[in-house]
Design a protein around this ligand. Structure first.
Ligand code: ZN
Length: 431
């Protein structure tokens, strides 16, 4: 269908983001490759990143030399298994940036992630990963220039970047709800903006989107133009999907990614698994189901056989939707939980994972416990004597943000945070 927004978007990208457009077209073409060609392409991309890592990263050079692994002789993807897995702890303790990295090409990203263990990584800006989003929206019958609503942590760009962003998006309307507090008052304002701008899709952290659905149900409100809802950040539970589908009156699609390696997989309209971007992220699954990923697009901060902290199994069926990216089953990772305040408002877990983003070195791990009286305990495993000072600073920021909530937050320094059936629960709510 002809759309002015769509045409303007491509025209503006021709001027401002030519490389993104080129990569998008390349992605569309590569997604149509036959099986033999795609396997050849994957092999050549894995080999290229291995050689690059060996030549330019001290970490991987040492690692490969130790096992006499010569990436130039790499011939089969099975040989990857010879290389030890890269863990989150190694990521914290080693510098994985290549020796001659280009400071203009790196973008830092930090997260508490699925285990509450803060890590920092650098993305390679020369690969325009936003094109995955364009591709996914196309599969869902929408376009990136469609009006949309977002329920996530919002950091509007300032200065020239902010201005360029506005120019690029105009006349597309993108409305945001900052999720640091979810309350009826905030939801009402967001709902009004969504309605006024006829938003076509909603995107957000699954916990926040779910709360928004409950809000719509409570006040009997609807968003008539909504085509679908896109959930991220934590696996979508089937019960929650059914409920949201009923309230929003449209399909709910799950998309999987992580802070360390974003854009990994997405559901198609069949919702019978997630299509994995295997041409750009090489996936292995170890004997107990752990996801290991080799990022084939990050040449500044190579991640090879990185253990992301989630589990999955392969789905060998061929999807009838026509998308050629292979299927994986639902990812088993952190369940999304909430912190609730006495006045009925809440904060989704996805926001709380980010509280140490500015101080990733401060703690090894952290966990929130919410007691029956609404008070919070922040447990943390310190990295040094100074950890407590930084944790106190973070607590002060939270208390300021939640000033009217009168919330009590106690600190508890611990030596470790116990696993719960092999998984660390990032928030434990006793409410
Ligand atoms: Zn499909």
């Amino acid at each position: 269908m002809f759309s002015i927004n769509k045409s303007l978007f491509f025209l503006k990208n021709l001027f401002f983001r030519k490389k993104s457009l080129e990569q998008y077209n390349k992605l569309l073409n590569e997604s149509k490759l036959g099986e033999i060609d795609r396997q050849k392409l994957i092999l050549s991309r894995v080999k290229a990143i291995l050689i690059h890592a060996y030549n330019f990263s001290d970490f991987y050079k040492k690692r490969f030399d130790l096992i006499n692994f010569n990436p130039k002789q790499f011939q089969s993807l099975d040989e990857l298994k010879l290389i030890p897995v890269t863990t989150k702890i190694e990521l914290r303790e080693n510098n994985l940036l290549i020796k001659n990295y280009d400071k203009n090409l790196i973008a830092k990203s930090t997260t508490g992630g699925s285990t509450g263990m803060p890590v920092s990584v650098f993305h390679d800006k020369s690969f325009k990963s936003e094109v995955f989003g364009w591709y996914i929206l196309k599969q869902w019958g929408a376009h990136i220039s469609d009006n949309a609503g977002f329920l996530e942590r919002y950091n509007p760009s300032k200065g020239l970047t902010g201005l360029i962003n506005k120019v690029i998006w105009w006349p597309t309307k993108r409305v945001h709800l900052n999720i640091n507090i979810l309350s009826d008052e905030h939801f009402f304002k967001f709902y009004e903006k969504c309605k006024k701008n006829n938003i076509v899709y909603l995107e957000g952290y699954v916990g926040a989107v779910y709360e928004f659905a409950l809000f719509l149900e409570k006040y009997k409100l609807t968003l008539v133009n909504l085509k679908f809802v896109w959930t991220t950040s934590a696996p979508l539970n089937e019960k929650a999907r059914d409920k949201m589908k009923f309230i929003f009156g449209c399909p709910i699609y799950d998309q999987y990614g992580s802070c360390e390696i974003n854009w990994l997989a997405f559901e198609c309209e069949r919702c019978s698994g997630l299509h994995f971007f295997d041409l750009y992220r090489y996936l292995e699954i170890d004997e107990v189901g752990n996801i290991l990923i080799t990022d084939l697009t990050n040449y500044q901060f190579p991640l090879i056989r990185y253990k992301i902290g989630d589990k999955v199994s392969l789905n060998n069926s061929v999807c009838s939707c026509g998308i050629t990216f292979p299927l994986i089953n639902k990812v088993k990772g952190r369940e999304s939980d909430l912190i609730r305040f006495m006045d009925g408002s809440s904060v989704p877990g996805e926001f709380l994972t980010t509280i140490f983003d500015d101080y990733p070195e401060a703690v090894i791990q952290f966990q929130f416990i919410q007691k029956k009286d609404f008070s919070l305990i922040l447990k943390f495993v310190p990295t040094s004597d100074k950890s407590k000072i930084v944790v106190n600073e973070v607590i002060n920021i939270l208390k300021k943000m939640w000033l009217e909530k009168n919330i009590i937050i106690d600190l508890e320094e611990v030596q470790n945070i116990p696993h719960d059936y092999g998984k660390i629960r990032f928030i434990i709510s006793e409410l």
